[in-house]
Design a protein around this ligand. Sequence first.
Ligand SMILES: C[S@@+](CC[C@H](N)C(=O)[O-])C[C@H]1O[C@@H](n2cnc3c(N)ncnc32)[C@H](O)[C@@H]1O
Length: 292
Amino acid sequence: MASARTPDEPLIGELLEEGRRRLAGAGLARREAALLLAHRRGTGEAQHLARDREPAGTHHAARYREWTARRAAGEPAAYLFGEREFYGRPFSVDRRVLVPRPETELLVETALSLPLPARPRLLDLGTGSGCLAVTLALELPEARVLATDRSTGALAVARGNARRHGVGDRIHLLAADLATGLATGLAGGGFDLVVTNPPYVDPGERDALPATVRDFEPPAALFAPGHGLSVWLRLLAEVGPAMSPRAWLTGEIGCGQLPALAAAAERSALALEGVRDDLAGIPRVVVLRRRA
Ligand SMILES: C[S@@+](CC[C@H](N)C(=O)[O-])C[C@H]1O[C@@H](n2cnc3c(N)ncnc32)[C@H](O)[C@@H]1O
């Protein structure tokens, strides 16, 4: 039974219409208003239609208005919800980490297609939310994973996701600057597979990025000087000693970066063995192998 409506409490239909107007005014799809409300109330979108004459609840209404205001200001919906799905599983996210992207699922598929030893040692460089490390730990139950990031905030988010998915005991998290110190010491080197989705956006393209990315996601997760390639070039030059002979590295690259990456690989300890295109036909994932 619906509870009595307080004087300043909107009906569900009124709240939804208010949200639609606000988002449309910010150039966003009106449909997002229903999505936000469904998330806020923990219901399906269709229920709003059937229940549009019911009181929305003052608490839900206040939070919903806050969400639509933040969304209208460009904040990614994933930060509002505190969550984004990746490879079929929910990952907690906040402004300390990049929101996992659908195209990065191609990196998981590529990693899973590689021939690995029965109990592989995996290294995820620049783990962010931990979406790659956690997914690979779940898909490869015998794997042990080292996940690194330079951002301690990101490592805290990744730790939460590793625990959330029950793989906290198989993922070791470490603050590190790319591969520095990973060939020896506690990290121990000898990795059979390295996965990485490093920052690869040219800082010169900052103004061309959607505001939702540019103004909200961590700059350290997005930008790399030198036309977006500086982190990749360092990685190619430095990661070899942390890998087993003939071990694999697969990683994500930006649009148009393949020729420069291939040239840099020629001069490195790794050989370029393959490239996979994303759904838009853009070379997106590279596969490299340590020469010996
Ligand atoms: C593009 S995000 C990728 C996050 C996650 N792996 C994903 O695919 O969604 C890149 C990550 O690399 C980290 N990073 C940037 N430069 C780094 C460096 N020099 N050493 C280690 N991590 C770095 C950033 O903090 C960020 O979390």
